[in-house]
Design a protein around this ligand. Sequence first.
Ligand code: GLU
Length: 294
Amino acid sequence: MTSDLRPYRGRFAPSPTGDLHFGSLVAAVASFLEARSRNGQWLIRIEDIDPPREVAGSAERILRDVRRLGMAPDGPVLYQSTREKAYQDAVDWLLEHGEAYWCGCSRSDLPKSGIYPGTCRGGVGKGLRPRSIRIRTIKEEISFTDEVQGQQRQSVENTTGDFVIWRADGLPAYQLAVVVDDAFQGVTHVVRGADLLDSSPRQILLQRRLGFQSPAYAHVPVVLGQDGLKLSKRLRADPVSNQAPKEAISAALRFLGQDPPQGTGLAELWDWALANWNLRKVPRKNQIPQISGP
Ligand code: GLU
């Protein structure tokens, strides 16, 4: 792999499916500190390409909370809802070059394994109408070194098979949009939750097909609820807006394996965090946070 000579650029890319909760705060703090401590830029992208899952007003509330907590992006916020033409161009290019194809299968046609068997690779089957668009995958393993989770390898063909890049409901798929926008924004480092670790090989495959340079990846542990399940915005996890900023940032830092001083104000806490942030201290494993205080 060639080394990336572009200036460091990181990003936080929330979907507006609910208010900022502790799980997304952890991704925001980690990506922000990693970017700033490496003299890089930090951008915010609102991933609002899935209207059925959106919660009205949550994009504005996420942005307000992120700023209130002390993280200001270097540049305007990018909204994926303004980028449909770019996703369309990418998919057209992939279709024209035979890298992607129309698929007529519906959910009920897919095997239980969830691995697409390539049914429509040679053309949409008789009696089926084209519904979604899939990328042609390969058996070869995609490997990369995650800066937190270590060496990763995956054969996309054996894990998911040819995956959907344009959905049957006419919307671009997350995997395509994220790759097009990371390239468009010049993102060199993706720091995000480990729930997306196994999406990364699919994204790297798409980057290669589209001729984009792959960013480096660091997947921080996922925040688990007391029941051991992933905290999800959609499950109405406690919004961060109910917490004092200093307590919220301090809890996020502790979750990320850092050891922030107690009894400082928010500004001093950020000064400390910028001077002492160490990605190597971030644990690999998903955890239930130990939140002290109310
Ligand atoms: N929008 C995704 C989410 O909120 C994150 C995408 C990414 O960081 O690549 O889960």
